[in-house]
Design a protein around this ligand. Structure first.
Ligand code: TMP
Length: 211
């Protein structure tokens, strides 16, 4: 059986990632593609337990925080992502390792070398086939996130400078890896963003964008 494809959604707060990830998973399903929708931090029992520590706790030393992100990711990869891909499913994941690079490295100052060592250990070469980066100016994204009416998590409460560094981090990743990453303007209406996602699929993965 052919292994499935691995698609990730990335970006700052309030860009509509979770909505678009759900929509893409539903669209793939409707094309007859077996699909698993999952998220980080989380996506398996152990990783969801670590998520609670990360999002609601008091905060950690930044390197410790990156290690916890990768501990959760390792659990998720081993328990959920690799088995699904091996069974031929397509995995759509709301955030993955690029979030650690953007939030912990660009946002919190963790050295890139620490990221690379953790990624080597935890991922053993696993990398997304396609990464959709939903880009939005932090002020607009934070306003949208606030309008959701859900209590802000620890990252959402950080200052504007932090969110600007995170955004720049995602754009730097996209510039460095253009074959894998597509940046979409998330300030557009959701339908326009989704049309861009389908086009990215046609270009990078080969499913017909007109479906
Ligand atoms: P969410 O709001 O998309 O559910 O993500 C939870 C928060 O966790 C979000 O503010 C970004 C943060 N995060 C990191 O800082 N590093 C990571 O590696 C991941 C996956 C998420």
């Amino acid at each position: 059986m052919a292994p499935g494809r691995f698609i990730t959604f990335e970006g700052g707060e309030g860009g509509g990632k979770s909505t678009q990830a759900r929509r893409l998973a539903a669209w793939l399903s409707a094309q007859g593609v077996p699909v698993l929708l999952t998220r980080e931090p989380g996506g398996s029992a152990g990783a969801e337990a670590i998520r609670a520590l990360l999002l609601e706790g008091q905060g950690f030393d930044p390197v410790a925080e990156a290690m916890l992100m990768f501990a959760a990711r390792r659990e998720h990869v081993v328990a959920t992502i690799r088995p699904a891909l091996a069974a031929g499913m397509w995995v759509v994941c709301d955030r993955f390792a690029d979030s650690t690079r953007a939030y912990q490295c660009h946002g919190q100052g963790v050295p890139g070398e620490v990221y690379r060592r953790l990624a080597d250990l935890a991922l053993e070469g696993l990398s997304p086939d396609l990464t959709l980066i939903l880009d939005i100016p932090p002020e607009a994204g934070m306003a949208r996130a606030a309008a959701r009416g859900v209590a802000a998590d620890r990252y959402e409460r950080l200052d504007a400078g932090f969110h600007a560094r995170v955004r720049a981090g995602f754009l730097a990743i996209a510039a460095a890896e253009p074959a894998r990453c597509v940046v979409l303007d998330a300030a557009h209406p959701a339908d326009t963003v989704f049309a861009g996602i389908r086009q990215a699929f046609a270009a990078k993965i080969g499913l017909d964008a007109s479906i």
